[in-house]
Design a binder for this molecule. Structure first.
Ligand code: NAD
Length: 501
């Protein structure tokens, strides 16, 4: 099959460079090459940044009415074209159709928030702070924002960033993840159709070289990063060195406690969705369950029965509920961690290591079937690190106290959940747990778009969470303006100017 190398998108046009390195894009369900993505040169990135700066100078002073009208148009186009967008996510990311449409729906929440950005941009105003002296605040755009995103949500994660950044008056340079870049090109075209002036949303593809240049470039004022923790730390250090504002969201290893008083059928249903949805490749996936006391055996039995019933296969069949993982490298790592845990005494209750769907053309795909591993030693990589695959680790605890100690002992603190019917235990858990997003009988507690998303510990480097009011704060800078007119009171002496009189 002939494949096309994805063009970059600069100043409202596709742009192709000659003589640069091209990486292949493959379909994880089949292993077939479906396209290519070029590593942008530093000259191209310079050009994208220079024109973004020019466009932003005008956009930052464009009325809120005009800016939000673009967001309303963009929202409508996303809804009308969601099938086309989902097709690309299925082809390049290997997602099921349900997961692809689901991420577009969750991303839409942020566009909807951006449609009403006026409310979030209102300032404070104090009259008569001193006699005849008033004080107020304004928020202005930061300038040009670099957006660097992971492979696992090619639509939703960028949508945590660009609608917020654009509505608050910034320009955006988006660097998509190399395995799944082309949906970002379609998004750029939708923005143009929605009436966004050229230059404000640039798509510059590539990998480390482009990221490094973005971190060093003085023409980028802020970086929004979502990806693994090691790269989040590189981004944070790079931004600190060059004085850029940054938000850097990292990896995760989310736990749920299941108490003996939980409704176990309900818990099993939701744990299966949390552990195996999107093939476990979510930063809010649920790879670890800590089963307390008597909950353990009946829970495993129920989770196993549901996991075995999942329809696993390529996203080209909309009935499938679980697709492949992103790459052969990822598949090999997941399987080697399961092997290692098994060798150290874990019990593989449901084994997806040799799974292949019975579908023509999928032999070269990166398949791991739903896997449940019980009695996992806490020092194994399978327990301690981010597995990012369709694997559920089960750990047993004798009491709530032991369970919460296990949950809080990990290096990550993105999301965490408890399944219980006891309000007092649930309340205790929400206060005790060291995580940024907490679910009470909700396995994937991703906040709605008007709250902010972000974890604790190694799941968030620095302290800027994403979207909601924290997103508005990140993409804007405040000024405090103190005003006095000659006819008013409060004229101080040299050195004091005015005092609160
Ligand atoms: P990744 O860190 O490998 O890549 C993220 C981005 O960084 C990509 O655009 C990539 O091109 C770039 N990059 C990779 N290595 C780099 C390097 N050495 N220097 C500079 N740039 C580099 O992450 P991934 O594998 O694409 O995505 C999966 C990870 O993202 C998981 O750890 C997952 O938990 C995390 N994630 C976190 C959240 C969150 O909200 N906390 C959301 C989604 C995904």
């Amino acid at each position: 099959m002939s494949t096309i190398t994805m063009p970059h998108w600069i100043d409202g046009e596709e742009y192709v460079e000659e003589g640069v390195e091209v990486l292949t894009i493959d379909n994880p369900a089949t292993g077939e090459i479906v396209g290519g993505v070029a590593e942008a040169s530093t000259e191209l990135l310079d050009r994208a940044i220079a024109s973004a700066r020019k466009a932003q100078a005008v956009w930052g002073r464009t009325s809120l009415a005009k800016r939000t009208r673009v967001m309303f148009n963009f929202r409508q186009l996303l809804i009308e074209r969601q099938d086309e967008l989902a097709d690309i996510i299925v082809r390049e990311g290997g997602k099921t159709r349900g997961d692809a449409l689901g991420e577009i729906a969750r991303g839409l929440e942020i566009v909807e928030f951006a449609c009403g950005i006026q409310n979030a941009l209102k300032g404070e105003h104090t009259i008569e702070a001193a006699t005849g002296v008033d004080v107020h605040t304004i928020r202005q755009a930061v300038g040009v924002v670099g957006a660097i995103v992971p492979f696992n949500f090619p639509m939703m994660v960028p949508m945590w960033m660009h609608p917020m950044a654009l509505a608050t008056g910034n320009a955006v340079i988006l660097k998509p993840a190399t395995p799944v870049p082309t949906v970002s090109l379609t998004v750029a075209k939708l923005y143009q159709e929605a009436g966004l002036p050229d230059g404000l949303f640039q798509v510059v593809a590539g990998d480390k070289q482009v990221v490094t240049h973005m971190l060093n470039h003085p023409g980028i004022d802020a970086i929004s990063f979502v990806g693994s923790t090691p790269v989040a730390k590189i981004v944070a250090a790079g931004c600190a060195a060059t004085g850029k504002r940054y938000q850097a969201l990292g990896g995760a290893n989310n736990h749920a406690i299941v108490m003996p008083d939980a409704n176990l059928d309900f818990a099993a249903q939701h744990i299966v969705s949390g552990a195996f949805g999107a093939a476990g490749q979510r930063c809010m996936a649920l790879p670890v369950v800590v089963a307390v006391g008597e909950a353990h055996d009946p829970l495993i039995e129920r989770v196993k029965a549901r996991a075995e019933a999942l329809k696993v296969g390529p996203g080209s069949d909309p009935a499938n509920e679980l697709g492949p993982v992103i790459s052969s490298k990822s598949r090999e790592r997941i399987i080697s961690w399961i092997n290692d845990a098994e060798a150290k005494g874990a019990n593989v209750v449901l084994d997806g290591r040799t799974f292949r769907p019975e579908v023509d053309g999928t032999d070269g795909g990166y398949w791991v079937g739903p896997t449940i591993v019980d009695n996992v030693p806490l020092e194994t990589q399978l327990y301690c690190e981010e597995v990012f695959g369709p694997v559920l680790v089960v750990v047993k605890a004798d009491s709530y106290e032991e369970a919460i100690e296990i949950v809080n002992s990990g290096a990550f603190g993105n999301g965490s959940a408890i399944f219980t019917e006891n309000g007092e235990t649930a309340r205790r858990f929400q206060l005790d747990v060291q995580a940024g997003m907490v679910g009470i009988n909700v396995p994937i507690p991703v906040p709605v778009g008007y709250y902010s998303f972000g974890g604790w510990k190694n799941s968030l480097i620095g302290d800027h969470k994403i979207h909601g009011q924290e997103g508005v704060n990140f993409y804007t800078r405040t000024k405090v303006i103190t005003t006095r007119w000659a006819g008013g009171g409060s004229h101080g002496k040299i050195g004091l100017d005015f005092v609160a009189s």
